[in-house]
Design a binder for this molecule. Structure first.
Ligand code: FES
Ligand code: FES
Length: 160
């Protein structure tokens, strides 16, 4: 039997009927066509599926859609909602060359946002620790860490 749920995704409200076993990742990608959030391992190991759920980074492959009922979800598409101005994290990833194939990038950027909201001035080891659950199969970690440091600077100067 399907369950009626309401998802608030990137500021938009969706009323959906979903099977109770479907994951948030499936519903975002297949029902809402928000394919920026990737599906990698499906078992909580790679971080490619990371989204914000009520302000906290979670693996959408391990989260049932019904668990997200009534909650606020932010996906990578929501970082630049107008499509015109990128989020400082996205700008930093581009400027620092922190994207190779790009498969890990949405999850990395959401994990970075989660970190920078909690710690606006992280040290390198704190960035590495915060991103430890996000795997980059292209192994571009050095530039990703640089990008997060740069994003922290950009976000601070945006506030000042
Ligand atoms: S797809 Fe969710 S952690 Fe890998
Ligand atoms: S850029 Fe290819 S997986 Fe990270």
């Amino acid at each position: 039997m399907k369950h009626s749920i309401t998802l608030n995704v990137n500021g938009d409200t969706y009323n959906l009927a979903v099977d109770p076993w479907r994951t948030l990742n499936e519903v975002l990608r297949e029902d809402l066509n928000l394919t920026g959030t990737k599906f990698g391992c499906g078992s909580g190991d790679c971080g490619a599926c990371t989204v914000m759920l009520d302000g906290r980074a979670v693996s959408s492959c391990l989260t049932l859609a019904v668990e997200a009922d009534g909650k606020e979800i932010l996906t990578v598409e929501g970082l630049a909602p107008s499509g015109e101005k990128l989020h400082p994290i996205q700008e930093a990833f581009i400027e620092k060359g922190a994207i190779q194939c790009g498969f890990c990038t949405p999850g990395m950027e959401i994990a970075a946002l989660d970190l920078l909201r909690r710690n606006p001035g992280p040290k390198e080891d704190q960035i590495r620790e915060a991103l430890a659950g996000n795997l980059c199969r292209c192994t571009g970690y050095a530039k990703i860490v640089e990008a997060v440091q740069d994003a922290a600077d950009k976000m601070k100067s945006n506030q000042s």
